[in-house]
Ligand binder design. Structure first.
Ligand code: URA
Length: 266
């Protein structure tokens, strides 16, 4: 293949991958490029049958058959996905009450990803996950583990705030599931922490209570998942004594990650 064709092929793959990032999985099959048919002139349009024009091409397969996405391509695809999420109106009620969608915070390629439930009032106002009281506690947990908040990826099951901070409804979680799956596929974390029962049951597709899910690793598409209490549950007016259990969970995670366990400050 000539260098020019290799470049073209790469460009096409990147285009397909960014479309895929935006959730597009099908496109009409186009006739061959004009340049591939030197004997034809502009006055002689490419003869196509309706079948050629409407035949669906699986962009998914096309992208998979091509290259593995580079980190930069995954970053770009996440941007496109966030843009698509910002326009989502699948849950009409949530779309009408949200200030904005809350996609995520953190880098593509982060080793560790935290998955929460849904944005609250602060997140809805600021557009970032876990920025309210529970978020401040989450930051303390991350730092307590010897990690930096800016190095981890943080997202939620739902990208819109449920009014009154109620739990996500099953149809809302189902509507948002594709976004979460694509997000995790692009970030490619090595480890995931599900924060709270709602995140755990949605992510792991289980009805088991949180108490039964803690203390061992679960699997999400080959990625080990640790389940722990939601930081909002650890706030002073709820169950601050459970912070001890979260620390036990995080120590298990750090061991699995091959990271040192920091000494707990008194
Ligand atoms: N609770 C969550 O589950 N997610 C947030 O982003 C904030 C609070």
């Amino acid at each position: 293949m000539s260098t020019e064709n290799i470049d073209l092929r790469k460009q096409l793959q990147q285009h397909v991958q960014s479309l895929r990032g935006a959730g597009v999985e099908w496109a009409p099959l186009r006739p061959p490029l004009e340049s591939a048919q030197p004997s034809r002139t502009a006055a002689q349009p490419v003869a196509t049958t309706p079948a050629e024009v409407i035949s669906p091409v699986s962009l998914l397969a096309a992208a998979d058959a091509g290259t593995v996405l580079t980190l930069e391509e995954r970053r770009q695809a996440l941007k496109v996905l966030a843009e698509k999420v910002s326009k989502c109106t699948q849950c009409a009620a949530l779309a009408s009450t949200r200030t904005q969608t809350v996609f995520a915070q953190g880098p593509a390629g982060a080793e560790l990803c935290f998955v929460g439930e849904a944005p609250g009032a602060d997140e809805d106002a600021q557009g970032f996950p876990f920025v309210g009281a529970a978020g401040q506690l989450l930051t303390k947990i991350i730092v307590g583990c010897g990690l930096k908040r800016e190095d981890v990826y943080i997202c939620n099951i739902l990208k819109c705030r449920p009014p009154g901070n109620r739990a996500p409804l099953p149809n809302e979680a189902a509507n948002c599931r594709g976004f979460l799956e694509r997000q995790l596929e692009l970030v490619q974390p090595k480890f995931i922490v599900a924060l709270g029962a709602s995140a755990a049951s949605n992510l792991l597709n289980t009805t088991q209570p949180l108490g039964k899910l803690r203390g061992r690793f679960h699997d999400y598409k080959g990625i080990p998942v640790m389940v722990t209490y939601h930081p909002a549950y650890l706030l002073p007016h709820r169950a601050p004594e459970k912070k001890r259990d979260v620390w036990e969970d995080m120590k298990m995670l750090l061991t699995k990650m091959g990271k040192p366990i920091p000494q707990k400050q008194a």
